[in-house]
Design a binder for this molecule. Sequence first.
Ligand code: SF4
Length: 348
Amino acid sequence: MNPRRTSKPIQIGSVTVGGNAPIVVQSMTKTDTRDVMSTINQIKELEECGCELVRVAVPDSEAAQAISAIKRDVSLPIIADIHFDYRLALIALKAGVDGLRLNPGNISEPGKVKAVAQAAKERSVPIRIGVNAGSLPKTANPKLTIAQQMVEAALQQIKLLESLDFDLIKVSLKAFDVPTTIEAYRDIAQKIPYPLHIGITEAGTPRTGIIRSTVGISTLLYLGIGDTIRVSLTAHPREEVIAAYEILKSLDLRQHGPILVSCPSCGRAEVDIVKLAEAVEEELIKIDKPIKVAVMGCVVNGPGEAKDADVGIACGKAKAVLFKKGEKIGVVEEKDFVTVLMREVEKF
Ligand code: SF4
């Protein structure tokens, strides 16, 4: 795995992005931002499952103003997602937003960017230059590849912000196409010092979107690229946060809650391992300890994996051997598998 690219850290409310800070997990609310109570409730749900930054859509001035009321009730830093109308960014800043996302594909006129940059600088609020392959600036050179056009769009906006003495910058270059996204990030990573927000845009429903996002995000992270991630899914945003942590845990980049090791099951299993693993997974959602739990179907690989975990069971016919830190600590009846395993997890 490549060492992480060095980036210039920025501060979004209480959260540092870039530098040596842990790779930050973020998501976006799917409520109407003008519906303050629903948005607050969804942000609280996201915070409970470990989300560290949250973006809200700002389609009009009422949504921008709502940020003030939302912020009074939540502790997660809030980023306003602004398109088309730079004045919404000014209202969001007055409302106390912690970060802005501007799309250079629809806000790029120097006078408008200058007004936003000045107001953001007064409040030390960072701006993400959020380039999206689906909304590139009209001035993009069609002779370039999409990845190159995305990089160009970001570099132009960076140049403009730097000319205004603004450097609280974060950049994203998102496409649905994974190779395009990777190519764009690899290119810009060598050209700028700013932290990178990575993700695959419009990745789809959890079944396909998690795979597409994981391929893109984990390839970049393995290359040392990425300071904050969002897994975009057509689902409740909680699923985005859970998937993001699974990616980071798989690469040993963050610890967050339990890791479940479970065998796929096969003709050797004498208990319903699929059902058992799903039941254990459901229980583990409530645990926030970084603990490794194994659920194995038989004596072939079962004892080895179960021993390697902090707590594990290797099942046989209607019974399982229970392991804790590599030691066999008992034999459990099938009806008690989940209860006994979770009791040991909680004691751990
Ligand atoms: Fe099959 Fe046993 Fe391996 Fe599970 S641990 S997949 S039951 S051989």
